[in-house]
Write a protein that binds this ligand. Structure first.
Ligand SMILES: O=C(O)CCC(=O)C(=O)O
Length: 306
C-alpha cells in the first residue's frame, strides 16, 4: 500500500456521492516513469490493469494543444478571453450551446487532434507493447469539464461499449493539462480488472440468448440505461472491499487501462475555475477484430449505436 503523497483539498465527489477517504477505500495510483523498457512497463500493466506513464509526451506539445483547443471555444462564449486560453478558465456567462456543440464535432476531426493522438511516443509504445502494427480507433473522445459541474462519468469498464471487437483493446486516457485530483481526473478501482472479467463473463452468459445486435449492446435488457455499473462509487468500493485510486496527473502523462478495469471520474472542484480537458482513445493490433461501430468519428448522439 502506498502512503498518501499529500492531503486532499476537500472531499472527492462523483455524481453527488462523496468518496470514503478511509485508507482502505481511497489511495493513490502507482506512477511508472515512461523511460523504462516497454516490456517491463507492459508487465506492470498486466499486473495492475493500468499504467500511469509519467512524462511520455512532451509537456509543451500537450499544453500547446490545450491552448489551441480553448482558444477555439472563445468565440462560442465558453472561455474567458481575459486569461491565457491554456488556463481554460470558463467565461462568467453561459456559452452558446449550439456553437459549442458544433465545435465539439469539429475538434474530433481536426488534423491537429489526430496528429496529437498519433504522436510518436504513443505509437511507438503501443507497437512495441503489442508487438505489431496497431490501429487507432477512429471514434476518439475529447472531453472538457467545467468546475462545479456535478455530472461525472460513472463506474464502468470499456468493453461494455466495444463488444463487437477484440478484448485486446487498450484505452489511452490523456490529461490535456495538469489535472490534480481536485480537478476531477479518472479514478480506478484497485484490482478490478479481474472482477470486470468475471462480470463480463456473466453478461455474456445472460446475453447469449439475445438477438445478435442486442447481445453486443451496452444498453440491452441486462445492462443499465447508461452502460455504467453505478454512479455510487463509495458503495461499489465497499461491496468489492477495495479502494478507489486517484492521481495528480500532469501534462505529458498518459494513462492506459485494460478494457475490464473499472474507472470513473470525480467532480472538477478547481478553485481557480479551470476546465478539465482530456482525451480517451483506443488502440489495438490491426490484425485483431475491430468493432465496426468505432470506425467513424464521434458525434454528439452516437452513443445510441452501442
Ligand atoms: O474522462 C472521463 O470522464 C471518462 C473517460 C473514460 O471513461 C475512459 O477513458 O474510458
Amino acid at each position: 500500500m502506498i502512503a498518501s503523497p499529500r492531503t486532499l483539498d476537500g472531499a472527492l465527489v462523483s455524481n453527488g456521492y462523496t468518496l470514503d477517504s478511509a485508507p482502505n477505500r481511497l489511495g493513490w495510483l502507482t506512477p511508472s516513469p515512461a523511460d523504462q523498457p516497454v516490456k517491463k512497463l507492459w508487465e506492470q500493466f498486466k499486473v495492475h490493469g493500468y499504467l500511469w506513464l509519467k512524462g511520455l509526451l512532451d509537456r509543451e506539445d500537450v499544453l500547446d494543444f490545450r491552448r489551441r483547443y480553448f482558444t477555439a471555444f472563445i468565440a462560442a462564449g465558453m472561455i474567458d478571453p481575459q486569461h491565457d486560453p491554456v488556463e481554460g478558465i470558463h467565461a462568467a456567462g453561459n456559452a452558446d450551446p449550439q456553437a459549442v456543440r458544433q465545435l465539439n464535432v469539429e475538434v474530433v476531426r481536426w488534423a491537429r487532434y489526430e496528429a496529437f493522438c498519433l504522436s510518436k511516443p504513443i505509437l511507438q509504445f503501443f507497437e512495441e507493447a503489442l508487438g505489431g502494427p496497431v490501429y487507432l480507433h477512429k471514434r476518439k473522445l475529447i472531453r472538457h469539464t467545467r468546475a462545479g459541474d456535478p455530472n461525472c462519468t460513472g463506474a464502468h469498464y470499456d468493453l461494455t461499449y466495444l463488444r463487437a471487437g477484440t478484448d485486446r483493446v487498450f484505452t489511452a486516457w490523456i490529461p490535456i493539462g495538469d489535472t490534480p485530483v481536485e480537478m476531477g481526473g479518472l479514478v480506478y478501482l484497485e484490482g478490478s480488472d479481474s472482477w470486470g472479467r468475471q462480470k463480463e463473463a456473466e453478461f455474456t452468459a445472460l446475453n447469449a440468448h439475445l438477438p445478435a445486435e442486442e447481445r453486443i449492446s451496452a444498453y440491452n435488457r441486462n445492462m443499465s440505461s447508461s452502460g455504467w455499473l453505478t454512479k455510487d462509487l463509495p458503495s461499489l468500493s465497499e461491496r468489492l472491499n477495495t479502494r478507489w485510486l486517484m492521481a495528480d496527473y500532469e501534462a505529458g502523462d498518459m494513462m492506459i487501462h485494460s478494457p475490464y478495469m473499472i474507472h470513473a471520474a470525480t467532480e472538477n472542484r478547481d478553485l481557480a475555475g479551470r476546465m478539465r480537458l482530456s482525451t480517451d482513445i483506443r488502440y489495438q493490433l490491426v490484425s485483431d477484430e475491430i468493432d465496426p461501430r468505432w470506425t467513424q468519428d464521434w458525434t454528439p448522439d452516437d452513443e445510441k449505436r452501442y
